[in-house]
Ligand binder design. Structure first.
Ligand SMILES: Nc1ncnc2c1ncn2[C@@H]1O[C@H](COP(=O)(O)OP(=O)(O)OP(=O)(O)O)[C@@H](O)[C@H]1O
Ligand SMILES: [Mg+2]
Length: 158
């Protein structure tokens, strides 16, 4: 059984069929490096359907996580089951340091461990602010750090 099974899903907005009969199986511990497609082919829409963003429900087909049909669950219910995504535009918060941001959900977390995983030196980044003073790539890495720290089942990187 695949960890995530997307079975014949379709998604439509008005008369526009944005996703048509798509199937995809992701195995446990599998890393899908990239989902390629030209602009407007539906990559972000597929991500929103998987994480369950508001109003993104398949018109047909099912999304099954570890044998459980999650197609009708809300985004917070899917998050609890271990699915999240990083948005196309990386995070940016005013007046929150990297150390504070990474430990918001878990005060016990060792942010240095996770910063090292994404190639950012803790001494240089822990007290930086998660705002526009960080480059886009640095903010993406900080966001990836927070996702790694959550130890999820499925992480979609937009
Ligand atoms: N609410 C909507 N109404 C009409 N069209 C929509 C709506 N939402 C998405 N679309 C269209 O669906 C298509 C897929 O959009 P999506 O954002 O998934 O593309 P993408 O593959 O992520 O593109 P990009 O590479 O530019 O990020 C686009 O043509 C978009 O304009
Ligand atoms: Mg997109």
């Amino acid at each position: 059984m695949a960890l995530l099974d997307i079975n014949h899903i379709s998604y439509q907005v008005g008369a526009a069929r944005i996703i048509d009969d798509l199937c995809l199986a992701i195995q446990d511990s599998e890393v899908h490096v990239a989902l390629l497609g030209t602009n407007g082919t539906g990559k972000s829409t597929l991500a929103y359907l998987i994480v369950g963003c508001e109003s993104y429900r398949p018109a047909a087909g099912t999304i099954v996580l570890a044998g459980r049909d999650i197609s009708g669950l809300h985004i917070h219910e899917r998050a609890r089951l271990g699915i999240t995504m990083a948005w196309q535009e990386p995070v940016r918060f005013e007046a929150i340091s990297v150390a504070h941001y990474l430990t918001l959900g878990n005060k016990e977390l060792d942010p240095e461990l996770y910063l090292n995983m994404v190639g950012l030196q803790p001494a240089l980044y822990l007290s930086r602010m998660v705002d526009s003073s960080l480059s886009g790539g640095e903010r993406k890495r900080i966001e990836l750090t927070s996702i790694l720290a959550l130890q999820l089942k499925i992480a979609i990187l937009g």
